[in-house]
Design a protein around this ligand. Structure first.
Ligand code: NAD
Length: 479
């Protein structure tokens, strides 16, 4: 099903580029569309268009920016079914999740529409008589936004909306696997009257045009979400140029199940954390740290629940888990299944599955009898796979949970207030969940992690302003 070419948006014009197909992971016969891969000259044009638009946008009324973002938020919510279906086709998450992600993107735009009206500062008495000290926030300039494939509408939304709200101009480069949702977002911004050059979309290879964005002297800041190795490369290039950086990367998130936990709630939390969205969430739990007294009953109930999960086409309303997003990711996942066997765990599930349509289907996998030293417990797999690690008591479980180079989300299931409190205080992660899945977050509060999961200030909620603005301290002597 060939469709029209999705073009790049550069300086207010829709620009052609080399047509590149975009496949549906649920069905290899379905080409979602063709997107125009931007050339390096076009990326340069986009950056210069953003630079030229910046003086006008930074001085625009906050009401203008609020109105633009609110219109886009309203349109996203109004068109949730159509955009959700496109998202499910290009990324592979099930339709209900894809529609919910689209609504969330709309809510994010509406939240930042209001934040544009709340850019505040401080007036502070000086230590010197007759002097006032004023602290204000200013936009950074031209911001390069680089996004991954797993939340193709929500992640562009949670970067683009605050960037524009606080007066920056934007060049967005979405993931190669999922350009269609960003293309739709660009269309909504254009339709809502975004001035030429304020928002630009360039689609194509990360190693070429993503790198170009990072290296370009007219880019003032980069906000990136993706894998830790690419984040580290970006830090290595942008650091010496002293660019402001925000990097959101991978995880190896633990969820602790204590002996006193509600078994049913724990199984539901782990099933959701580890396998929903095909395990393709940076906040997915991939280490289930289970106290010895509840271990066998937990594994028994979880494997029964896993076996009942329906893996299928993302648009089939009976599917609970869609396909893996790409052939490359599926090959990597299956290699980790083999590794889990070599490392000596009991592997339950994890096979490639055949379905009516030829797609990238995989059964959820559980690695029972894992140790936290194994590679399957240390490296992000980014698929529907989780390792069960036995712990003696709370302190042992906490130590295992924190023994990782990542620190995005961490969960605990317990009925003990004492242990819940101690876990909240001592988990080395940006987000802590008590009796909840490790994944699934609100749109209006800060999001991010510690250690190798995140670098720079938080995304989302009121904390987003810290990245997208520079603080200026002015001293005035009235005479
Ligand atoms: P990725 O790192 O391969 O790609 C992310 C983006 O970076 C893409 O747009 C890609 O084209 C671009 N890119 C690739 N090489 C580049 C380079 N050299 N310079 C500049 N840009 C480059 O990640 P992915 O496979 O798209 O996404 C999966 C990863 O994202 C997982 O590790 C997951 O944990 C992470 N993730 C993190 C969060 C978070 O908020 N912490 C959220 C979602 C996903």
């Amino acid at each position: 099903m060939a469709e029209t070419l999705r073009r790049n948006l550069i300086g207010g014009a829709w620009v052609e580029g080399a047509p590149t197909p975009n496949f549906n992971p649920s069905d290899d016969k379905d080409i979602v569309g063709y997107f125009a891969s931007a050339s390096e000259a076009q990326v340069n044009d986009a950056i210069l268009a953003a630079r030229a638009a910046f003086p006008g946008w930074r001085n625009s009324s906050p009401q203008t920016r609020a109105d633009l973002l609110d219109l886009v938020g309203t349109a996203l919510i109004a068109r949730k079914d159509e955009i959700g279906e496109l998202l499910a086709r290009e990324e592979g998450k099930i339709l209900a999740e894809a529609v919910a992600e689209t609504v969330r993107a709309g809510q994010i735009f509406k939240f930042f529409a209001q934040e544009a009206l709340r850019i505040a500062g401080d007036l502070i008495a000086s230590t010197r008589p007759g002097v006032d000290v004023e602290v204000t926030r200013e936009p950074l300039g031209v911001v390069g936004l680089i996004t991954p494939w797993n939340f193709p509408i929500a992640i562009p939304a949670w970067k683009v909306a605050p960037a524009l709200a606080f007066g920056n101009c934007v060049v967005l480069k979405p993931a190669e696997l999922t350009p269609a949702c960003s293309h739709v977002l660009a269309g909504l911004l254009d339709d809502a009257g975004c001035p030429p050059g304020v928002f630009n979309l360039v689609m194509g290879r990360g190693s070429v045009i993503g790198k170009q964005l990072v290296d370009h002297p007219e880019i003032d800041a980069i906000s990136f979400t993706g894998s830790a190795p690419v984040g580290q490369q970006i830090a290595a290039s942008a650091g010496p140029a002293m660019k402001k950086l925000q990097l959101e990367m991978g995880g190896k998130n633990p969820i602790v199940i204590l002996d006193d936990a509600d078994l049913e709630l724990s199984v539901a939390a782990c099933l959701n954390s580890a396998f929903f969205s095909t395990g393709q969430r940076c906040t997915a739990a991939s280490r289930l740290v289970v106290q010895s007294g509840i271990h066998d009953a937990f594994v028994d109930r979880l494997t029964t629940a896993m076996a009942a999960l329906k893996v299928g086409h993302a648009l089939d309303s009976s599917s609970e888990i869609g396909p893996v997003a790409s052939e490359k990711q599926l090959i990597e996942n299956l290699a980790y299944i083999d590794l889990a066997k070599v490392e000596g765990t009991q592997v339950i599930g994890g096979d490639r599955l055949e379905r009516e349509r030829n797609g990238l289907y995989q059964a959820p996998a559980l690695f029972v009898g894992a140790s936290n030293r194994m590679r399957i417990a240390r490296e992000e797999i980014f698929g529907p796979a989780a390792a069960v690690i036995k712990a003696d008591d709370f302190d042992h479980a906490l130590a295992i949970a924190n023994d990782t180079e990542f620190g995005l989300s961490a969960g605990i299931c317990t009925t003990s207030l004492k242990h819940a409190r101690a876990f909240r205080q001592n988990a080395m992660s940006g987000m802590v969940m008590v009796n909840l899945p490790t994944a699934g977050v609100d749109y209006h509060v800060p999001f991010g992690g510690r250690k190798k999961s995140s670098y720079g200030s938080r995304e989302q909620g009121r904390y987003a302003i810290d990245f997208y603005t520079a603080v200026k301290t002015s001293y005035v002597f009235a005479g």
